[in-house]
Design a protein around this ligand. Sequence first.
Ligand code: AMP
Ligand code: MG
Length: 182
Amino acid sequence: MGVIVVTGIPGVGKTTVMQKAAEGMDIQFVTFGTVMIDIAKELGLVKDRDEMRKLTLDQQKQLQIKTAEKVGKMKNVILDTHCTVKTPKGYMPGLPEWVLRKLNPTAIIIVEADPQEIFNRRAKDTTRNRDPDSVEKIAEHQMMNRAVAMSYATLTGATVKIVFNHDNALDAAVKEAEPVIR
Ligand code: AMP
Ligand code: MG
């Protein structure tokens, strides 16, 4: 297995779903944002992960490519990342062509939930500095992610699977994700 990309907008629960789906597997779990913030901290650019999407686009792109170079060398990876990153200038592609070429994913999983469910989850999460998006904006963000995921697929041949992580239905989400990684 090469790289399997797992995406989903902040607060959808992609980390929870994927960690459970990969339980017991000989697989490396890598969070793109964690590798990226380590590099950003070394460069003295940010203190917390939610500051990164507010950096200039050039800075974000530089960090993104450095991160992709590092992750691209790893084997048997489930990569937790984003189809798009919401910046003040608009949706930035999380996997532009030059990043995709380094990662070469075989599958892309999109974890989704109802916009209202995500809105409620974000409101409860005090550990992060989530954006205060409306329900409509959350729906828009998920729509943009679906669209861009298929364009990533046309560049790589990766499959795209949408996995719903509804409230109190974690097991169903895990079941949907499993065939992609096993
Ligand atoms: P997360 O912990 O998944 O919410 O990611 C933290 C932060 O890492 C995001 O808010 C982005 O600033 C950054 N990040 C994660 N994945 C990417 C990516 N593929 N491209 C650019 N930035 C990313
Ligand atoms: Mg996460």
